[in-house]
Design a protein around this ligand. Structure first.
Ligand code: URA
Length: 433
């Protein structure tokens, strides 16, 4: 077989065979197929798409390109969740303990943040002592004892995706539904969980800008996951404003703790309940209504909070910081951004707010940049809120005094104001299963 013919077939709109797809994945991962030919094939896929069978074959080949995790010891109880990326998304720290406190086995491998979206691993590393790297045995043993573990992605998980994603990034082929689907689902399949809940974000801070596009992506990923033998559900959720009231690593951990302690409600809690319900209904094969009630009860009873303490402690984290979140180090500078007009916030450019937090030091624009865990933003006013001149819109936290002015500008340019209240968009647009 020649890669030239595979490119030609896809360029001419033909459906690729399983052998052709496997040939591309193994040849590109091993370095036998050069970047320029892989780029041509990716562009042909971008324009001509892939059928469900082709996407499933690509996903499977990528999932098998490196290590895979065997979670069969947990039977039907293992569950994972994946968000397509947003701003202020700290749902895993709440959903994990809720589901684990009800007997689920939550196994999650996460990445670091890049660009305007934060990374789960960075957020967890803001807790002193928390170990991101566990051996396979430690990971399985912790999930067995505690019911959950969140670790960094192992070095050799889906090497095909690492190479293909990096190439897509520089060849304008990221936003292709079959390529996004195979990229996300190959990692989820290799990570081993029996049930997978996807949180497909839509809006100004997300990959998918319209609910229609998000629905197509969600349906695709659910179909492919099912073809690979997994229990699947996807929620399509709003990312037209940051989730909750904080953006930034330690700030987000503190907010997650507040929800688990029952001190905070609102959009963050509501989405976490919906995601937990979706996971529980897959694990236990119950209706969403029954699962939602269970999730609410375990949160209210304090059992989910107790589970968070158990999980953080098992993973080496200092639970004193969870019990008293005022112990997290404070940034040297704190700056209130105030409104210079009266009216209502009519929209938030969530990506811009993510960038403002990166400017403050909470994220990275380039791989391997250092992060300031105490930096970030606490948001006081969101879309639909009334504001009067002088009201605090948000507070910026940073250790870099020079960053404040630029972050403030970026934050303010991300808001639009009007004289009429705009009704908030729905928090959850739909559930695909
Ligand atoms: N996240 C991924 O892991 N892959 C994509 O292609 C897009 C988002």
């Amino acid at each position: 077989m020649r890669i030239y013919d595979v490119i030609l077939n896809k360029r001419n709109g033909k459906e690729l065979t399983d052998e052709e797809i496997a040939f591309f994945v193994s040849g590109y991962t091993s370095g036998e197929i050069p970047d320029y030919q892989a780029s041509a094939l990716l562009m042909a896929i971008y324009f001509n798409g892939m059928t469900e069978r082709e996407t499933a074959t690509l996903t499977d080949a990528m999932a098998r390109s490196g290590d895979t995790v065997d979670l069969s010891c947990f039977g039907e109880l293992s569950a994972d969740k994946h968000s397509t990326g947003g701003v202020g998304d700290k749902t895993s720290f709440i959903v994990g303990p809720i589901v684990a406190s009800l007997g689920g086995k939550v196994t999650k491998m996460s990445g670091r943040g890049l660009g305007h979206t934060g990374g789960t691993v960075d957020k967890l590393e803001s807790i002193p002592g928390y170990k991101i790297n566990l051996s396979n045995e430690e990971f399985i043993s912790q999930v067995d004892k505690v019911g959950m573990a969140i670790i960094g992605q192992s070095g050799n998980l889906t090497p095909a995706d690492k190479k293909i994603y990096a190439l897509r990034d520089v060849t304008a082929t990221v936003d292709s539904i079959p390529l996004i689907t195979s990229s996300i689902m190959s990692k989820k399949i290799a990570s081993g969980s029996h049930s997978i809940v996807l949180d497909v974000k839509v809006g100004s801070g997300a990959f998918m800008k319209t609910p229609e596009d998000a629905k197509i992506l969600a349906e695709n990923m659910v179909k492919i996951g099912k073809r690979c033998g997994r229990n699947m559900a996807a929620l399509i959720t709003n990312m037209d404003s940051p989730l909750g009231n904080t953006v930034g690593n330690a700030l987000e951990i503190k907010e997650a703790v507040a929800v688990l302690k029952g001190e905070q409600g609102g959009d963050l809690k509501d989405i976490c309940i919906e995601l937990s319900a979706a996971m529980l209904s897959l694990i236990y094969d119950t209706s969403l209504d029954v699962a939602r009630e269970k999730a609410l009860q375990t949160l209210k009873s304090g059992k989910a909070y107790e589970k968070m303490l158990e999980w953080i402690s098992a993973q080496g984290g200092d639970t004193a910081y969870i019990e008293d979140t005022s112990l997290f180090p404070k940034s040297a500078f704190e700056y209130e951004v105030t409104s210079d007009c009266d009216g209502f916030i009519t929209s938030m450019d969530t990506e811009g707010i993510g960038v403002a937090s990166v400017i403050l030091g909470a994220g990275r624009m380039k791989k391997d940049e250092k992060i300031d865990y105490s930096a970030g933003i606490v948001i006081n006013k969101k879309t639909g809120d009334k504001v009067s001149k002088g009201d605090t819109l948000c507070t910026l936290y940073t250790n870099d005094k020079n960053a404040i002015e630029q972050a403030k500008k970026r934050y303010l340019s991300s808001l639009t104001f009007g004289q009429n209240k705009k009704e908030a968009e729905p928090l959850v647009y739909g559930c695909i299963s």
